[in-house]
Write a new protein. Sequence first.
Length: 230
Amino acid sequence: MAQTIGLSDGFQGIVRRVIAMTGPGVALQELLYGFIMALIFVYAARLEIVFFDTWMHFAVVEIGMIATWGTIDGIVFYFIALCNRRRYGRIISNADGEDDELRTALLMDEFSSTPLDVLPDKEKEAICRSILDKELQSAAESRSDDRTMLQCSVGCLLISLSTLVPILIPVIVIEDFMLGLEVASVLSSVVLFFIGYFMSSYLGSNRWLTGLTLMGMSLVISLISTYTGG
């Protein structure tokens, strides 16, 4: 019993560390991306749109797709983050000699989809104006941020790969391939429900509603993508 609890605590610790690499918001986004992409081939095989000779063929395709797109997502995330940081630095330091009105407007645009979005425009504008001409971080702090962003990129890949677990295990364990795919579909829906259920505290929404929404949204998008080519 004690050993089981220890294993459970260890697994939870790993999950927390991986989520900490990206933050809850990005982790949730990567989980949805991963499940949706993985389920495309599950439904394509079940609907006989795509045919696989063996479960091994299916597993290779799934792993290849998730690993490829998880890597691409991580690289793009890192590249965009670096570009944005350089752009923010140029705006704040006024490297391009722009007037304060334009710089304030640019910063306000960049704060879209952040906590500042819930503030009135005048408050958001006042905060952005207060940022103008502030001292930029040191080179050492910048390198530290680069490492943090790199960790986040790696976290994106790891989280994407984790979505393969409930997809591949039933297919590998169950001898009947089509039954394995059916179980994989159900298991993925259950996992998605509980992801939404436990992430509801972060999102500030109802647990049951969030779980059902994530499960239903992933199902619908995956089915549509199956017919539209992903």
